[in-house]
Design a protein around this ligand. Structure first.
Ligand SMILES: *Cc1c(COP(=O)(O)O)cnc(C)c1O
Length: 498
C-alpha cells in the first residue's frame, strides 16, 4: 500500500482543466427560438438591474458545464464513498430507505399550518418518534423542537432554570467536565449560568471527590456527557447523580454519544433528569454541509410542564393534537415543531431496525472502536486505558518527538484515500487523534484504515518530512490554513468592470 501511495500523483488531463480555462468566445449552452411576443428592450424592462454581459464569464457548451460539475462532485469525499471516522460526529451510513420515506407525498408537502384534523399522519409521526425516543432513553417525555444538539442543550438548561426558579432560586453555576464539547459551556452561559469546569481524573472520567467538593447549594446542575468525549463510559454516574440530587441540583446528560448506548442502557436509569439526543448523529439523519439537524430533549416527568410549546399529545379519542396551553413552558425554541423531515427519517430508521437491530448497531459500533484501538495502540500513544465505547482517542505523542503532529498524520491519511479522524479534540489530550468508525464500517475497511495509519507511523520513522508535506495526491496540497480561514474565496467573482 505504501509504495503505491508514495508514487501516486494527481492525474491531471485536459478534462480536469477548470471551466474558466475551457471558455471559448462564442460558445453557448442554450439555443433559444426567436421571441414571438412583443417585448420591451431588456435594458428598458430591467432598468438599473440590466447588464449586457459579465466580464470573464466562461463561454462553454452544455456538455462542458455538466462535465465540470459532475467532475467536481467526484473530487469530494462523503459517507457514501468511504469510512468517515470523525470522532464525536458519528458519521454513519444514512440508509436510502429513510430518504424514500421522507419524500412520500403527504409527509414532504404537508404545510405546517394544515389544520390538525387534516394533518393526523404527520402528527402521528411526531408523536411516535417522541415515544420511541422516550422508550430508548427511559425518559418520560420528549420534545422534537430543538434544531441541533446545541439547541437541545440550551432548551434543557433553560428548563432546569425554570424549575429551580419556581422553587425560589435559579442558582448560579453549572458544573461542566473539562472534556466537554464546546457547546456545553456555551449553552450554560447563554442560559445565564456560569460554567464551573471539573478536572477529569487519570482514567479519563469525572472524579467523584472533585464533584463532591464543587457541588454546593449554588450549583444548578451537573452537565455530563456519557460516554464522555474520550469515548469512556462514566461508570460512576449513578453516584454522581445521587450526590447532585442530594444538594438540590439536577443532572443534564449530553446524549450526543448515544450511539454507544441505544438498546443497551437507558440514561433515565442513571439518574439523569434531562438530556438531548442528536438525530443527525445517532439516528442516521444526514448531517454535514449545513443541512438541517435535530436535537430532541428528553425529560423526567417532573420537568414535562416546562417543555417547549406546543407539545404533541394523544387525545382520549385517539387523535393527535398540539397542546399550546402550557403555562409553565419555557416557550417556543424553533418555528413550528422542529425539523419535521428529520423526525421522519429517524422514525424510519428506528422502525426498520427494531429493538434487536438497534442493540446490534450499538454493539457493532463499540466493537469497531475497540478493534481500531487494539490494533493501533502499539504505534500511537493511548492516553487513557481501554476499553472505549463507540470511539477511541489516541495521541501523536510518539510522532510529535519527530515533529509530526496529529494534523499532519490526518493530512497524510487523505493520500491513502481516507477521510481524516477528528484532530486535536478533546482539548485535554494534547495532539488528540479521535477515531469513531461507527457500525457502518466492515472489518475489511477497518483493516485497510488501520493498515494506512500503521504505514504512516512507519513513514514518520523513515522520513518525517515526507509526511509533513502531505497530502501529495490531492488536487490542492497544503493550504495556508490561516489565510484560508480568514480570507476564504468561496465563489467566483466577476472581475470589476473597467
Ligand atoms: C455534536 C455534539 C454536540 C453538539 O451537537 P450539534 O448538533 O452540532 O449542535 C454536543 N455535544 C457533543 C458531545 C457532541 O458530540
Amino acid at each position: 500500500m505504501k509504495s503505491r501511495v508514495r508514487t501516486a500523483r494527481p492525474h491531471v488531463n485536459q478534462n480536469e482543466a477548470l471551466i474558466f480555462e475551457r471558455s471559448t468566445p462564442g460558445k453557448c449552452g442554450v439555443d433559444l427560438p426567436p421571441l414571438d411576443v412583443p417585448s420591451a428592450s431588456p435594458a428598458e424592462a430591467l432598468g438599473s438591474l440590466y447588464r449586457d454581459g459579465i466580464e470573464g464569464f466562461p463561454e462553454v457548451s452544455e456538455v462542458e458545464v455538466v462535465r465540470h460539475f459532475t467532475r467536481l462532485s467526484t473530487w469530494n469525499y462523503g459517507v457514501d464513498t468511504g469510512i468517515y471516522p470523525l470522532g464525536s460526529c458519528t458519521m454513519k451510513y444514512n440508509p436510502r430507505l429513510n430518504e424514500a420515506v421522507a419524500r412520500l407525498e403527504g409527509l414532504a408537502t404537508d404545510h405546517p399550518y394544515t389544520p390538525e384534523t387534516l394533518a393526523q399522519g404527520c402528527l402521528q409521526v411526531l408523536y411516535q418518534t417522541a415515544e420511541c425516543l422516550a422508550e430508548i432513553t427511559g425518559m418520560d417525555a420528549v420534545s422534537l423542537q430543538p434544531a441541533a444538539g446545541a439547541q437541545g442543550e440550551l432548551t434543557g438548561i433553560l428548563m432546569i432554570r425554570a424549575w429551580l426558579t419556581e422553587r425560589g432560586n435559579p442558582r448560579r453555576y453549572v458544573l461542566v467536565p473539562d472534556s466537554a464539547h464546546g457547546t456545553n459551556p456555551a449553552s450554560v452561559a447563554i442560559s445565564g449560568y456560569q460554567a464551573l469546569p471539573l478536572k477529569s481524573n487519570e482514567r479519563g472520567c469525572l472524579d467523584l471527590r472533585e464533584l463532591s467538593e464543587a457541588m454546593t447549594d449554588e450549583v444548578a446542575a451537573l452537565m455530563l456527557t456519557n460516554p464522555n468525549t474520550l469515548g469512556i463510559f462514566e461508570a460512576q454516574i449513578q453516584e454522581m447523580a445521587a450526590l447532585v440530587h442530594a444538594r438540590g441540583g439536577l443532572v443534564y446528560m449530553d446524549g450526543a454519544n448515544m450511539n454507544a448506548l441505544v438498546g443497551v442502557a437507558r440514561p433515565a436509569d442513571f439518574g439523569v433528569d434531562v438530556m438531548h439526543l442528536n438525530l443527525h448523529k445517532t439516528f442516521t439523519t444526514p448531517h454535514g454541509g449545513g443541512g438541517p439537524g435535530s436535537g430532541p430533549v428528553a425529560v423526567k416527568k417532573f420537568l414535562e410542564p416546562y417543555l417547549p410549546s406546543p407539545v404533541v399529545e394523544r387525545s382520549s379519542d385517539g387523535s393527535i393534537r398540539l397542546n399550546h396551553d402550557r403555562p409553565k413552558s419555557i416557550g417556543r425554541v424553533r418555528a413550528f415543531y422542529g425539523n419535521f423531515g428529520m423526525a421522519v427519517r429517524a422514525l424510519a430508521y428506528i422502525l426498520a431496525n427494531g429493538p434487536e437491530g438497534l442493540r446490534q448497531t450499538t454493539e457493532d459500533a463499540v466493537l469497531n472502536a475497540n478493534y481500531v484501538l487494539a490494533r493501533l495502540r502499539d504505534v500511537y500513544d493511548l492516553p487513557y486505558p481501554p476499553p472505549c465505547m463507540h470511539e477511541c482517542v489516541l495521541s501523536d505523542r510518539r510522532q510529535a518527538a519527530r515533529g509530526v503532529r496529529t494534523g499532519d498524520i490526518a493530512k497524510r491519511l487523505i493520500d491513502y484515500g481516507f477521510h481524516p479522524y477528528t484532530t486535536s479534540f478533546p482539548l485535554i489530550v494534547p495532539g488528540a487523534m479521535m477515531i469513531e468508525p461507527t457500525e457502518s464500517a466492515s472489518k475489511e475497511e477497518l483493516d485497510e484504515f488501520i493498515a494506512a495509519l500503521r504505514s504512516i507511523a512507519e513513514e514518520i520513522e523513515e522520513d518525517a518530512s515526507f509526511v509533513l508535506q502531505a497530502p501529495h495526491t490531492t488536487r490542492v496540497s497544503r493550504l495556508d490554513e490561516a489565510t484560508a480561514a480568514r480570507k476564504p474565496i468561496l465563489r467566483w467573482n466577476p472581475s470589476p468592470r473597467s
